[in-house]
Design a protein around this ligand. Structure first.
Ligand code: BEZ
Ligand code: FE
Length: 313
């Protein structure tokens, strides 16, 4: 017997002892976190297989699904993230990593359409570069949990157009950086920009994840929203959205990104003088007022604990 065989004291594989046998085999992993993670994954995965009792054909279908998911991935398409999104895992990981002190704005998924180098614009600028869609004014304040304004906050905003497409999905059709911009707050913490009302849209559904949604009797749509990443010195970065509560998909977001606190009010303003002053063309516009509250680095969380990562930053 080699020492390798002798040390593997989990015994031979049996249906009943499968978890213990595999976990014992992994016990020599040098990385403690990997060892712990694999212990849990083995336990839960074997439990699921024992409950489901898949046929060989069913297990092979699952392998083929994962294979197709991998083949769908390239530099601009990440089908595994989409899979994580529609299974609710992305939102769960987001929730675990973004427990906030009470009063702080809640986070939600980043999504695949953020662009790192969007231009910084003067406060009040119009991020709609092609003049298409229903005019919208968005404004509010960036505050701390005491309600005080945060100066020098960077607000990175991006959204789909009124047909439900991001600029990066329509290269050559929409101008580059259409409906994207970065704004910096002054001492009053106020932000303000002009845009157009976004529309609901489907997540990319021409791959295995779209097929899975179909098989589950689910639609691929996300309700209309604006994306934000807000950063300020001394505060935790906030990745979030605001949503249109009147959207037909508000109760059934394909990726589970909606939270009650992220519902904004989209008010139709029929006021030609105000519309004119904002250089809006139709005598009316949508107005959205929404404040964001940032958590201080190292602040306690609503579950009473302190984010260790943040406190050592
Ligand atoms: C988005 O909102 O941009 C998005 C989020 C998750 C999956 C696909 C799109
Ligand atoms: Fe989006």
């Amino acid at each position: 017997m080699t020492s390798q065989t002798k040390d593997d004291d989990g015994g031979f594989f049996t249906e009943a002892d499968s978890v213990e046998v595999v976990t014992a085999r992994n016990a020599g992993a040098r990385d403690k976190r990997l060892r712990e993670v694999m212990e849990v994954v083995t336990r839960k995965l074997h439990e699921a297989v024992k409950e489901i009792e898949p046929t060989q054909d069913e297990w092979f279908a699952a392998i083929q699904f994962l294979t197709r998911t991998g083949h769908m991935c390239n530099d601009w398409r990440q089908e595994f993230i989409l899979l994580s999104d529609v299974l609710g895992v992305s939102m769960l990981v987001d929730a675990i990593n973004n427990r906030k002190p009470s009063g702080a704005s809640e986070s939600t998924v980043l999504g695949p359409f953020h662009v790192a180098d969007a231009p910084e614009m003067p406060m009040g600028a119009n991020i709609c570069l092609d003049g298409k869609g229903e005019d919208m004014l968005v404004h509010g304040r960036i505050l701390d949990t005491e309600g005080l304004p945060i100066a020098d906050a960077l607000i990175d905003v991006w959204q789909a157009n009124d047909e439900g497409f991001y600029d990066v999905q329509q290269k050559g059709i929409q101008p580059d950086f259409n409906l994207r911009g970065v704004f910096r707050t002054g001492p009053d913490g106020a932000y303000r920009f002009r845009a157009v009302k976004p529309k609901f849209y489907p997540i990319p559904d021409d791959g295995p994840v779209g097929k899975l949604l179909g098989a589950l009797g689910r639609h691929p749509f996300r309700p209309a929203h604006l994306h934000y990443i807000i950063k300020a010195p001394g505060f935790e970065a906030l990745t979030t959205h605001i949503f249109d509560p009147d959207d037909p998909y508000i109760g059934s977001d394909a990726v589970f990104g909606v939270k009650e606190s992220l519902l904004a009010e989209f008010r139709r303003i029929d006021d030609p003088a105000r519309a004119d002053a904002l250089a809006f063309r139709h005598g009316w516009f949508w107005e959205v007022e929404h404040d964001f509250v940032l958590a201080r680095n190292g602040a306690g969380r609503s579950d009473g604990t302190v984010d260790q990562k943040a406190s050592t930053r």
